[in-house]
Write a new protein. Sequence first.
Length: 458
Amino acid sequence: MKEYTPEYLDEIRDIIGNKDVDAARVELSTMHPADIAELYQDLDLNEAEFLYRLLDDETAAEVVMELDEDDRKKLLSHLHPDEIADVIEQLDTDDATDVIQELDKEDREKVISEIDDVEQASNIIELMHYDEDTAGGVMKKEMIVVNENISMPECLKQMRQQAEEEDMDDIYNVYVVDDENRLTGIFPLSKMITNPSVSKIKKVMETEPFFVKVDTPVEDVVIAFEKYDLTTVPVVDPIGRLVGEITHDDIADERREQSEHDYQLASGISTDVESDDTIVAQTKARLPWLLIGMIGGIGTSIVLGQWESGLAANPAIALFIPLIAATGGNVGIQSSAIVVQGLANGSLDIRDSSRQLLKELGVGLINATIISLLVLLYNYFALGSSQSTVTWAVSLSLFAVIIFASIFGTFVPLMLKKLNIDPALATGPFITVTNDLIGMVIYMAIAWSLLSALGNTM
């Protein structure tokens, strides 16, 4: 493929403008589906549609899956139901279901009715009934399944037959079931080499396989894949019957989506947005936390206003307001980020809340001692003995704020997790705004107490 440059894009546009089908096919034949999808982002819809109709069904399906959701919707809206059905028939059932669910309800029914493979259409309808945030919502139906009582030669025969029927390129495990289709074991492909003539599969299969149920939350499935280093995992219904399979590539997509979601929450964005979303959509996602930050800022100004006269009489105190606020916010974000990460990857159990709080208290005490002492030494030499009250007020306040921020930053995500609220909500603006407000109260209260004890007023 040629280097993707503005000049190359102009060449493609010239080819499309001249309706040069042969030249367009030559260019497309040298491009990976992901590159074609990237190219579509720089073309208008009519140009993209011209190129799309020159692709074979298999490549077209791969390109559709490489497009982001908005571009995919726009492209599919210009295709007839039978053309979309041709794409669907080239996809695994999990991907096919995702595409179908992005269509309007009326269009879904039309597309499904155009699918020639009745079994695939039935599987898609089944998968559409599962919540997208559960194992059932991300699993696929294509897999190799054999009965536990068959022999190795028969197993090989059935594997070939099923792989051809399902058009499966990647096979990692063979799932073994009983006569009631209940999962009884997994048969790794390596067993075929070491046991080529075994009388029955069940004699060499791996019993008690790890599995998930259809209603298992997808975040728990992601944790399981990482914890046990899985390539695939079978999915069963409430009575143990095998209904599907989740593969590592499906989990990679889910992991990326979760990371993007958590990152946006931590940045103060309340809903998932993309860079190419409309101004209105981005404003709706970003404005709520900005308003909360504004309210927090007003609250902080009100707190400081209560000590206005004292600040006027002791202006040196005001110099350290940014230090108190920034330190408290940073400590809170660090504590909450560690907890959120631990909850996300399974390394932290919600039942260990007390232990985590104690650990964070220990870390907070060490950090608070070091930072407050460093600031005490700096202020002692920078401000001199005439400002000893301010020196002690700043150091004591830092110590208290760091301890509070450490505990608060740990407690909030743990509490949200117990309430079944996304703990990622606890990072970013929420922690920063709260610590700013509480930090100012602590700082002013300590400074007022010290100055009052020495006969000054605030």
